[in-house]
Write a protein that binds this ligand. Structure first.
Ligand code: ZN
Length: 236
């Protein structure tokens, strides 16, 4: 097949996929169009499972507690993740590990520096909630976040950052401004404020998520991961 044919087929497949997603969203967030059953967990049950996994990671961390090959085989045709995690790209904050070795097919994850909900991330979260039936969305900030620290530096010292980094940091600045002058550590307060604000923004900026929250089908929470002791604290 020539390059042009490849492009045509690719475009046709893209349009078909788009129609499938539109159909999934049009039926009120049902995951039927995504091709199979969704998790039976509620948002509260999913949150309890994350807490339990994090406790396991804190008390007896092991890199591989899961049968990865078996799990992979079980999700080749279909996925039914039970929690969406929006976390920082920081290499020290891998969601599957810090939540106790969650396996292939369990967590739906979006990551970027500063755990922000830009358009691509918001669309990812909406797809997880509406098409895949994920009942829980966690915005996970973390101790000593470099992106949040940089936003604090902009607020305190009017620093400039090159390339797209400065633009990327702009949405974090309101959280840094809100945290400035508060008792305690400036960056850590801003990390918490940023996670809280991002969780709120996901609901306020997305009618899809807002409707699912209103119907009790989706829960949105914020959290902070501690680099020292490995604990995740949930709030808001
Ligand atoms: Zn970070």
């Amino acid at each position: 097949m020539c390059f042009v044919c490849d492009q045509k087929v690719g475009r046709r497949r893209f349009l078909q996929l788009g129609a499938g997603i539109a159909a999934a969203l049009a039926v009120g967030g049902s995951a039927l169009a995504a091709g199979g059953p969704v998790t039976s967990l509620t948002g509260d049950q999913a949150l309890a499972k994350l807490k339990e996994g994090n406790q396991r990671y804190v008390s007896s961390p092991q890199a591989c507690i899961s049968d990865l090959a078996s799990a992979r085989a079980g999700v080749t045709q279909h996925q039914a993740p039970w929690a969406t995690i929006l976390s920082c790209a920081d290499s020290r904050v891998p969601p599957e590990l810090i939540f106790g070795g969650q396996n292939v097919g369990e967590l739906f994850i979006a990551r970027n520096a500063g755990n922000m909900a830009d358009t691509a991330t918001l669309g990812t979260i909406e797809y997880g909630a509406a098409a895949l039936g994920v009942p829980l969305i966690v915005v996970l900030g973390h101790e000593s976040c470099g992106a949040v620290a940089a936003a604090c530096e902009i607020v305190e010292k009017n620093s400039n950052f090159p390339g797209s980094i400065g633009t990327m940091l702009e949405p974090i600045i309101p959280a840094a401004l809100a945290a400035k002058g508060k008792p305690g550590d400036f960056v850590d307060n801003a990390v918490r404020e940023n996670a809280r604000r991002t969780a709120a923004r996901i609901v306020s900026a997305s009618n899809i998520v807002a409707d699912l929250v209103k119907d009790g089908k989706v829960k949105v929470v914020a959290g902070r991961y501690d680099l020292d002791d490995g604990r995740v604290e949930f709030f808001g």
